[in-house]
Design a protein. Structure first.
Length: 424
């Protein structure tokens, strides 16, 4: 639900096109004998044809688990416990493995982070692409071979027909990633999920892969979800951005607006940590502390222990999404999966709406479904949004001490398999 300080409730979406993929209220948890980890905790977003949605955040924020949830690849001890994942209006949550196979690859395809673990080392690259063509397009024999060679050529791999007979270890890192893109395209999907596809590549190869993905998207009018921890990559490729932290999307905006007018203190911290963005700074900005492991549903702001702008109440009230009004655009927001879609800029932070008193904001976020700005008319902030207290710094200190004891002990008891998935 989106709070709007100037309306009686959520506004209608200004977007005209129906989304290819709409995620609403998605919750994915991992259960062990000791605890339940809320890796994805009630997120909403959508993606449309020809659009790239960037999802950005630190390691451990839940980005990869989100992608695996969409693909139906969350394995035990993980499971989706709430929410919907709608592809062209059809909810994929709750479908059987056989039913999901009908969508996986052919409708929604995914490029994984590490091509060496995604490509089978004992089969040639050509064999693996041809298998995808047979499964999803019904091609076989010389027809599949010709199409596989054509796909490798389309992703700028030279001498493509000869390369079909080579194994993954004979390809460079950039070529392996190109081969994975070719495999995804062999499925002829409408939605392409890219999970950190440029992380292990040098800067030159990374730029080439980003350009290739943009070309492929334009040619095929794909809806693309691009997952990364790199804000520079987001600036290059995304149309809209969702900033993810500790299992939640805390800010959403068109990419130009997010970079020009970031609202959430975490988003500002990410942008300030980009080398060269602030040439006058004596040293690179860092965000102290670590992303917390969410062992229960959010009941407060999870960023508060690390936040330099934390106010009294951040440790007690969970922020709702607020439609913010930038100087160059109207405030926009919608209910459900369309929150912040296309034209909207929303932020989940108790510092907003900026023109309301702290008391109104706390009450409004506490019960965002029913609070109307006119209920507390005239209760405006006198000193802007920087109502910080020593609690923010104290919480950071105590959190650091906690991580050395309770958090570490908890991590030691956690399932190795769970750790591996959560850390993605």
């Amino acid at each position: 639900m989106t709070l709007d300080a100037d309306s009686d409730g959520p506004t209608e979406s200004s977007a005209n096109a129906d989304p290819l993929l709409a995620v609403e209220g998605l919750r994915t948890v991992f259960s062990t004998d000791k605890e339940e980890i809320h890796a994805v905790d009630g997120i909403d977003f959508d993606v449309r044809e020809g659009e790239t949605l960037g999802i950005v955040g630190e390691s451990g924020s839940g980005k990869s688990v989100t992608a695996r949830s969409i693909m139906g690849l969350v394995k035990s001890p993980g499971r989706i416990v709430d929410g919907s994942i709608r592809y062209r209006g059809e909810d994929l949550v709750g479908k059987s493995e056989d039913e999901l196979r009908a969508y996986r690859g052919g409708d929604i395809a995914m490029i994984f982070q590490d091509p060496m673990t995604s490509l089978n080392p004992v089969y040639t690259v050509g064999n693996q692409i041809e298998e995808a063509l047979e499964l999803h397009q019904g091609l076989s024999g010389s027809e599949a071979t010709d199409e596989a060679a054509s796909l490798l050529e389309s992703v700028n791999i030279p001498d493509a027909r000869r390369r079909l007979g080579e194994y993954p270890h004979e390809f460079s890192g950039g070529m392996r990633q190109r081969a994975l893109i070719a495999m995804a395209l062999a499925c002829d999907p409408e939605v392409l999920i890219c999970d950190e596809p440029t992380t292990a590549l040098d800067v030159t190869t990374q730029a080439q892969i980003l350009e290739l993905l943009q070309d492929v998207q334009r040619e095929r009018d794909l809806g693309m979800i691009f997952i990364t921890h790199d804000m520079g990559v987001i600036a290059e490729i995304a149309d809209r951005v969702g900033v993810m932290y500790a299992g939640e999307i805390i800010e959403r905006a068109p990419v130009e607006r997010l970079f020009a007018k970031p609202k959430h203190p975490y988003t500002r911290g990410l942008l300030e940590s980009i080398p060269g963005r602030n040439p006058e700074a004596a040293r690179l900005h860092t965000i102290e502390g670590d992303v917390p492991t969410a062992t229960e549903p959010a009941a407060s702001c999870r960023f508060a222990p690390r936040c330099p702008k934390a106010i009294d109440g951040c440790d007690r009230v969970h922020p709702s999404a607020v439609a913010v009004d930038d100087a160059d655009a109207d405030s926009a927001g919608t209910d459900g999966a369309d929150d912040g879609a296309i034209d909207g800029h929303t932020v989940s932070c108790l510092l907003y709406p900026e023109d309301r008193s702290r008391e109104w904001r706390l009450e409004g976020h506490r019960d965002g479904d029913s609070i109307d700005a006119t209920d507390l008319e005239g209760a405006r902030t006198d000193g802007g949004t920087d109502e910080t207290t020593s609690r923010g710094a104290d919480a950071t200190t105590s959190r650091g001490a906690g991580k050395a004891t309770g958090d570490d002990a908890s991590a030691d008891t956690r399932d190795d398999a769970t750790n591996e998935v959560i850390d993605e």
